[in-house]
Design a protein around this ligand. Structure first.
Ligand code: M6R
Length: 591
């Protein structure tokens, strides 16, 4: 989704920093970008459609110390320069960048039009500088005008605004993230995500919903938008470093993050026993435990259902976060909602949490991003310690989420130590598996199937959610039509889709369901399917065998990894950029 960057302070290279900061937010997904900076008493604006990667900020502007910038992921209006942010008022004295959706924008736009305002874009965002302009007619104070403007919004937003007559940046949020970074020698950054300024500072303050911040680069004032009351905020040191957020020698973030799994699964297991046992108790004592998340994180939840059922004999219910509110009737104050999210900012998940909280239920989150909205709004949080995940396709976050959910299941069954042992052995097996020869082998398979129109994946038990996850990975980066099915369901319909040569990936373990899934693989083969087995043991049903370690209860963790590599190689073989998948954004902050 859109990215925001803002800076005010003693540095003179603000535009260059903004361009670099926006490049660090590229992973969020965008289709156009822009910056506005103050020089003398004027606002200069530069906007473009397409990618910012090749732009050198130095060539855009000379010395300047105040800038705002934006990467846009189109919602209202197409991908055009006019629709790109920053947006301006008529006399170009106010510039604004905006994330989110102003739901009542049509009504506000009509009101402004009636007053003579002319709009140059189709966006909801363009009304914001015009509304601030109107407010400035009755209050001379820029920050106050922004506050009054925000009070008129319905919907989720994060905005950053500047004015030619003010030395400050004004930022406000409700529903979309904004984080403030404070540099040691003076100067403040404001961004939608920390990688935008990690190179300069790791000292942050998080704006909460309904809060605004005003900074001139020397000090900052955070206040409540509705009441104007000052809010005192803790400064927090974030653990991630700028280097961790880079791709280093790898060609893409996706493959870097797949390879990171050699260490990240072990880091996910590094949880305090006491904390895991407390959370296991919370699940044990809850009257109804629900699991929820979106996309890949949702697939981790579905696998979690199997872990809790098979390892801990505990019944939990899963619903995708976007559907969760429809189950509100089952929530009670003693219920527990476990949400899973890499970014900690997914709007549908935040909504599910709101629904649970309204019923008085407690929320446990399993997140990657420290200080994210979900992290801060939860009653309990477990972090998966995956380090920054920048590729849109989630890989190491998934295996971290699976590891934490499996550990919780072991803890519920009284075996935290056993759970850690299993998972650390799995982490070592992943390290051995992800060797260069293995990747070359997967690349060869990708070359062989790259022109396929369709691809199907089957799994049983905890490999069923991994089959659906495999489909997500292949769809998003290679754009091949891929679908994941419960193996036993094939004969009830999906088998009708298989033609001569259709690639079918079979995810298996060495557990008691192996004979069933092999029998399903044979049924696919009999209809012409080209069978790619992902399994610790070979079988004559497989046309190609991708060997994985025998990981017992952790089998879904090792089975999904070669499919992640295969999806990556399929994207490359089809000429796609796996880090910039079509139509997708890393962090989905709209509903
Ligand atoms: O940040 P989250 O884990 O909450 O994101 C949820 C989904 O948007 C995400 O997993 C998405 O499905 C991935 N791009 C898939 O690779």
């Amino acid at each position: 989704m859109c990215g925001i960057f803002g800076y005010v302070g003693p540095r003179k290279d603000a535009v260059e920093m903004a361009v670099e900061g926006l490049k660090s937010l590229e992973y969020r997904g965008y289709d156009s970008w822009g910056v506005a900076w103050k020089e003398s008493q004027f606002l200069n604006v530069h906007k473009e459609t397409g990618k910012i990667s090749g732009i050198d900020g130095k060539t855009l502007a000379g010395e300047c110390s105040l800038v705002i910038g934006h990467t846009r992921w189109a919602t209202h209006g197409g991908v055009t320069v006019a629709n790109a942010h920053p947006h301006l008022n008529a006399d170009r004295t106010i510039a604004v960048v905006h994330n989110g959706i102003i739901e009542n924008y049509q009504e506000l736009r009509d009101e402004l039009k009636a007053k003579g305002h002319v709009f140059l874009s189709q966006t909801d965002s363009e009304i914001i500088p015009h509304l601030i302009d109107e407010e400035l007619k009755t209050t001379g104070d820029f920050a106050h005008a922004v506050r009054r403007t925000c009070l008129r919004f319905q919907g989720r937003y994060a905005i950053v605004a500047v004015h030619t007559k003010s030395e400050s940046i004004v930022a406000a949020r409700t529903g979309s993230p904004l984080i403030i970074g404070k540099e040691k020698g003076g100067g403040y950054f404001i961004a939608s995500d920390t990688p935008a300024f990690l190179k300069h500072t790791r000292t942050v303050q998080y704006l909460d919903d309904g809060e605004m911040a005003v900074t001139d680069g020397r000090s900052i004032l955070i206040s409540d938008i509705a009441t104007g009351e000052e809010r005192l905020k803790r400064e927090i040191e974030i653990r991630w470093t700028a280097d961790e957020a880079q791709k280093g020698d790898f060609a893409h973030f996706m493959i870097k993050e797949i390879m990171d799994q050699k260490e990240s699964v072990a880091r996910a297991v590094n949880q305090s026993d006491e904390e895991i046992l407390t959370l296991a108790d919370a699940i044990r004592n809850a009257k109804g435990t629900f699991l929820s998340g979106c996309g890949t994180a949702g697939m981790a939840c579905r696998a979690g259902e199997y872990f809790l059922s098979i390892v801990a004999h505990k019944h939990v219910n899963f619903a995708p976060a976007s559907e969760f509110k429809l189950f509100h009737g089952f929530l009670q104050p003693e219920s527990l909602l476990i949400v899973v999210s890499q970014s900690g900012e997914t709007a549908d998940v935040l909504e599910a949490m709101q629904v649970a909280k309204s019923a008085g239920a407690k929320v446990l989150s399993i997140v990657n991003v420290q200080g994210s909205s979900i992290d801060r709004a939860s009653d309990y949080t477990l972090r998966i310690n995956a380090g920054p995940e920048r590729a849109v396709a989630s890989t190491k976050a998934l295996t971290g989420q699976l590891a934490v959910l499996l550990l919780i299941a072991y803890a519920l069954d009284g075996g935290v130590a056993q759970g850690k042992k299993v998972l650390l052995e799995t982490a070592a097996q992943i390290n051995d598996m992800l060797n260069p020869r293995y990747v070359v082998f997967l690349k060869e398979i990708a070359e062989r199937i790259k022109d396929s129109k369709d691809l199907y994946i089957i799994g049983k038990g905890w490999n069923y959610p991994m089959a659906m996850e495999s489909a997500i990975k292949i769809q998003e980066v290679s754009n091949i039509h891929a679908e994941g099915f419960a193996a036993g369901e094939l004969k009830h319909g999906p088998i009708g889709l298989v033609e001569e040569g259709t690639p079918c990936i079979v995810l298996a373990g060495s557990d008691e369901v192996l004979p069933d899934i092999i029998s399903n693989a044979v049924q696919l083969k009999a209809r012409g399917g080209f069978i790619i087995g992902v399994s610790p043991v070979n079988n004559e049903a497989f046309d190609v065998w991708i060997k994985v370690p025998d990981a017992g209860t952790a089998q879904p963790i090792v089975n999904i990894i070669p499919v992640q590599v295969l999806a990556y190689e399929l994207a490359l073989a089809r000429g796609k950029d796996p880090d910039m998948p079509r139509n997708l954004a890393k962090s989905v902050t709209v509903k």
